[in-house]
Design a protein around this ligand. Structure first.
Ligand code: SER
Length: 636
């Protein structure tokens, strides 16, 4: 039976391979072409187009291992089971098997002696209890009973618990059934206990989602054309179960990291021991997330993914400081974060080879942030002296405590300690208020920012997505092949395209790019895709991300040329058949796109500006096309 994290990961893929699933590569932590979320938060995320009905090149049964980042539970990191960065094992049915198939396979993998061999007496499940949007999921409960889960171990819970998705505001979603392992004080769960009535003693390990609805802008749920299954199993939690340990941090994957992070401290059950344990876990979890984020191209900044990265590095550094690890001998000579990162790369390098490739960047980025934070911390102390000590404040008011937290990265505990030294008090209520106010504001900002987008697959978004390909091709033609896409963010209102280029574009170059795109629109050429291997895509001259992240086979969208043949002449050349149709664009992409370029109407660049060093940003719109569009399909 598999025991180590690596063995469980492999067993999962082997099991689903034996059930006819194709193994696909996990996607980047930073979603490509999807502005609805900052990070990949579940394995289903990169698969949204296929859950919506796009054909997947590898078929209707898929499985993978997806590294995920979730920050909504960040305050719980340090307990038994919460991580901001974890691996999710997933299997999917794209309109193939549904509830029966999914539940039977889950049960077999969990309990069969050939696979995990978990005693079924230790398992319980939950199903959706039903509401105005969807009926009670009796069907799943009956299937669970038929495989051997007794009624008393089946709980029914509302949408807040047993419903998954959409990942953004709109998109695929549906009821789910979740599987739990007994972690209560007795050896076996007492009769009638299940997660509906005894939540605290059951640990969720797997979730089978039945994605059969598409949530609309207006909040309604429309049945999807195909019934999908999307499952996600938490690898670290299953490892804890298989290894018989209480916490994910005690599993094989974490033990050397915890050992390193604890330094001279003792992790026992005293109050101090528990306090230290929590901080050690925060250090390990946050630096693991940071290491993987940096490897996927995120850099600390004050916006978007970069902001999250900066926050978690600082949180890790605060915990390091709480433990006074800076007095550790290593601290003077080496940056602390990269010492931990080195062990993370060592631990995960076999499975995630890009960590090794990016190790220099990882160390440099962490060292830089660490150096900067130490500086900020000194500045914060100066600010503290000036605003608190010198003014003779006796109670540190909420606004001051919040400013120390937000601007100088002082955790409230640190402010509390400082206050105690000077026999001062902290207005904790005021701090909480200022904090909540800030959260409300940033949530409102995030919602506004991520509303709409490619994941909604509206006509306008799809048009702009197609226009983005044409713009990419235009830029390469006009500015040269040194142009690389650095980012793309498409909403129903506008496209935003970032690309590597050192100089500001001249008005002529901007005009030429617009002309190229409008010429392609005027030519009203067909758009279609072909499925091929990455090597074939390269040989065909397609641009795009060539890393194996997309799985072995990819979709290549071609605009113009002999699209029916699925192979095309070079960009801008006439087709082999001598038809007078140039190929305007050929790019690896998941779709969707409009079926004919004429549907775009008219293309206009609204802004060309600097995005960051060596990266330019274009914002552009289309107008005047039809309201209803047809979507590009596979080339015949
Ligand atoms: N999307 C579901 C989850 O994250 C199942 O993969 O739990």
């Amino acid at each position: 039976m598999p025991r180590t994290t690596a063995e469980i990961r492999q067993a999962y893929l082997d099991f689903f391979k034996s059930k006819g699933h194709a193994v696909i590569a996990g996607a980047s932590l930073v979603p490509e072409n999807d502005p609805t979320v900052l990070f990949t938060t579940a394995g289903m995320h990169p698969l949204v187009p296929y859950l919506m009905g796009e054909k997947h090149p590898l078929g209707r049964r898929l499985c993978d291992v997806q590294l995920c980042v979730r920050t909504q539970d960040i305050d719980e990191v340090g307990d038994m089971s919460h991580l901001t960065c974890f691996e999710m094992l997933g299997n999917w049915s794209l309109g193939d098997y549904f509830k029966k198939g999914a539940i039977e396979m889950s049960f077999e993998f969990l309990t069969s002696q050939q696979w995990l061999g978990i005693d079924e007496k230790m398992l319980a499940v939950t199903c959706f209890e039903g509401d105005k949007d969807a009926p009670k999921d009796e069907e799943s409960a009956t299937i669970w009973e038929s495989v051997g889960i007794p009624r008393e171990r089946i709980g029914f819970l509302p949408k807040a618990k047993n419903w998954w998705g959409p990942a953004g505001k709109t998109g695929p979603c549906g009821p789910d059934t979740e599987m739990f392992y007994w972690v209560g004080p007795s050896v076996f769960p007492p009769s009638r206990s299940n997660p509906e009535n005894d939540d605290a003693n059951w640990l969720e390990i797997w979730n089978d989602v039945f994605m059969q609805y598409n949530k609309q802008e207006d909040g309604s749920f429309v049945p999807l054309a195909q019934q999908n299954v999307d499952t996600g199993m938490g690898l670290e939690r299953v490892a804890a179960v298989m290894q018989g340990v209480k916490s994910v941090y005690e599993t094989d994957a974490f033990s050397s990291l915890v050992e390193l992070a604890r330094g001279v401290h003792i992790l026992d059950d005293t109050e101090l021991g528990r306090y230290v344990t929590r901080h050690v876990r925060i250090i390990v979890d946050h630096l693991k997330a940071s290491t993987f984020m940096i490897a996927d191209g995120v850099r600390p900044s004050n916006v978007d993914q970069g902001y999250v990265l900066r926050k978690i590095i600082r949180r890790a550094l605060r915990s390091i400081r709480r433990l006074n690890i800076e007095v550790h001998a290593d601290f003077e000579t080496r940056m602390y974060c990269s010492v931990i990162a080195q062990e993370i790369i060592h631990q995960y390098g076999d499975c995630y080879s890009h960590l090794q490739e990016k190790s220099r960047e990882i160390y440099q980025t962490l060292n830089h942030e660490e150096g900067q934070f130490k500086h900020t911390l000194s500045e914060g102390l100066r600010h503290y002296d000036k605003t608190v000590l010198k003014t003779g404040m006796t109670i540190i008011d909420g606004a001051t405590a919040f400013r120390l937290y937000d601007t100088y990265g002082f955790p409230i505990e640190m402010t509390r300690d400082l206050a105690a030294e000077g026999h001062l008090k902290v207005d904790e209520e005021g701090f909480k208020k200022a904090f909540e106010q800030h959260q409300k504001l940033s949530r409102a900002g995030a919602e506004k920012k991520f509303a709409g987008g490619l994941a909604d697959h509206s006509a306008e978004t799809t048009k702009l997505h197609t226009a983005t390909h044409l713009l990419n091709a235009a830029l390469r033609k006009i500015l040269g092949d040194g142009i690389w896409q650095k980012g793309s963010n498409i909403t129903a209102e506008r496209l935003r395209f970032d690309f590597s280029y050192p100089d500001k574009m001249t008005p002529e170059q901007i005009k030429q790019a617009e002309d190229f795109v409008n010429e392609a629109i005027k030519a009203d050429v067909p758009v279609s895709y072909s499925v091929m291997t990455v090597d074939e895509a390269k040989a065909a001259g397609a641009i795009g991300v060539f890393e194996s992240k997309y799985g072995e086979k990819v979709k290549v969208y071609t605009m113009g040329g002999d699209t029916e043949l699925g192979k095309n002449s070079e960009l801008g050349q006439k087709s082999e058949l001598g038809r007078n149709v140039p190929v305007f664009s050929k790019e690896i992409c998941g779709g969707p796109h409009v079926a004919k370029t004429g549907m775009l109407g008219h293309f206009k660049i609204q802004k060309e500006e600097s995005s960051s060093a060596g990266v330019r940003r274009i914002k552009a719109v289309v107008s005047g096309g039809p309201q209803e569009i047809e979507v590009a399909t596979e080339a015949k």
